[in-house]
Unconditional design. Structure first.
Ligand SMILES: [Zn+2]
Ligand SMILES: [Zn+2]
Length: 394
């Protein structure tokens, strides 16, 4: 009888080749035309039903098993980032200023690998598998890839019961995976505050409303929302990443723009933060007689791993890589992930795959030297494939 882990290691080289090809040819969100073509060709070569052009560049492959109406989905993201790669390797990005620095090249390659594996195991598939390749996970504006794919019906016809996703994680060693029930990735929101004062001569501050002084107080006071007004046991991040104002050293600025992001795990806290922020902004601006606009945009929801799926995948992982290598994560990551949109609709599970190697310096996600140990790929494929097969048996 075929063994999924063995079969997965047999196609390792093939999948590494695919990953390197995608890595060398990175494309940004909603522009993944060549990647989508590679994906569609690969799926067709396996004999799957293929649909292209969903959410612009999205691709779906359908592998029909014994039951067409019992369906689990496996999702990969295909987009790269606007980063200039600093790695020196033969498969280095060939497009200046674009790079697969989040590992989506490997997600796409692995899910193609899972499609190949499950095609071999088709006779044992009690249901069917939908392979979802989405664009634009790294969106800067909502809606991004996942929401658009859902809107265009990827979870319907035939209806998908549950969904699995994967992300490489450079904080975990190759050979291991990270698993957590419940919240695994944070809700990610963004905001823009514009402070409006009245400019004037740098030597006559009393005749002006100094937008820079207001902004400085707002930056300080916003930090105390997390430290003083939200419970210390509720993970919350409030980061200001951009602050712009002023034209000249001797002129008092009339306007300052402040932009940042808020990360939360508890939906109640998520709803509360913008209200507290506005109180602070309003209060501080009022003291100085200035004015403001406050734009707060909700982004990804918190990503929650379904309890039953978590139990199933934990079991499968222990069988494939052993109990010691199945790392139970204590805390969610405060980064966001648009897989959350699928997991809000149907039970979902998001696996963290260890890709760091103790013999080599590891750079974090989105770093120009981000890279991964490709030995992890067959492990990710085996766990996803086996989990899908086991799920369909139930
Ligand atoms: Zn990313
Ligand atoms: Zn990512």
């Amino acid at each position: 009888m075929l063994n999924i882990k063995e079969e997965s290691f047999k196609i390792k080289e093939d999948i590494i080749k695919v990953r390197r090809e995608i890595h060398a040819n990175p494309e940004l969100g909603f522009e993944e035309w060549e990647t989508a073509r590679l994906v569609a060709d690969y799926l067709r070569s396996l004999g799957l039903e293929v649909e292209e052009g969903i959410a612009k560049t999205g691709v779906v492959g359908f592998l029909e098993g014994k039951n067409r109406d019992k369906v689990i989905a496996i999702r990969a993201d295909m987009d790269a980032l606007p980063i200039k790669e600093q790695n020196e390797c033969e498969y280095k990005s060939q497009t200046e200023g674009k790079m697969h620095a989040c590992g989506h090249d490997s997600h796409t390659a692995m899910v193609l690998g899972v499609a190949k594996l499950l095609t071999k195991f088709k006779d044992q598939l009690e249901g069917s598998v939908k392979f979802i390749f989405q664009p634009n996970e790294e969106q800067t504006e909502m809606p991004g890839g996942a929401d658009t794919m859902i809107e265009e019906g990827v979870l319907e016809d035939p209806k998908v019961e549950a969904i699995l996703g994967i992300h490489v994680n450079p904080q975990l060693e190759v050979g291991t995976v990270g698993i957590k029930e419940g919240p695994i990735m944070a809700a990610t929101d963004k905001f823009k505050i514009t402070i409006k004062g009245e400019g004037g001569h740098g030597a006559a501050p009393h005749e002006t409303i100094d937008a820079i002084i207001i902004a400085a107080d707002i930056v300080q006071n916003l930090q105390s929302i997390v430290s003083r007004r939200i419970s210390p046991v509720e993970p919350t991040v409030l980061t200001i990443g951009k602050l712009c104002g002023g034209e000249s050293y001797n002129v008092i600025a009339d306007e300052v723009e402040i932009e940042g992001t808020v990360r939360t795990v508890n939906p109640e806290v998520r709803d509360k933060v913008p209200l507290l922020m506005e109180q602070t902004i309003d209060g501080v601006t009022d003291i100085f007689g200035g004015d403001y606009t406050f734009d707060y945009q909700f982004g990804h929801s918190v990503l929650e791993n379904d309890k039953k799926l978590t139990a199933l995948i934990t079991q499968v992982s222990k069988e494939i890589i052993g109990e010691d290598n199945t790392v139970i994560l204590k805390n969610p990551l405060m980064a966001g992930e648009d897989f959350a949109s699928y997991a809000k609709e149907i039970p979902g599970f998001f696996l963290h795959l260890g890709v760091s190697n103790p013999d080599r310096k590891v750079y974090p996600w989105h770093h120009p030297k981000f890279n991964l140990d490709e030995e992890a790929l067959p492990i990710g494929m085996a766990i996803l494939a086996e989990s899908a097969m086991e799920y369909l048996k139930k």
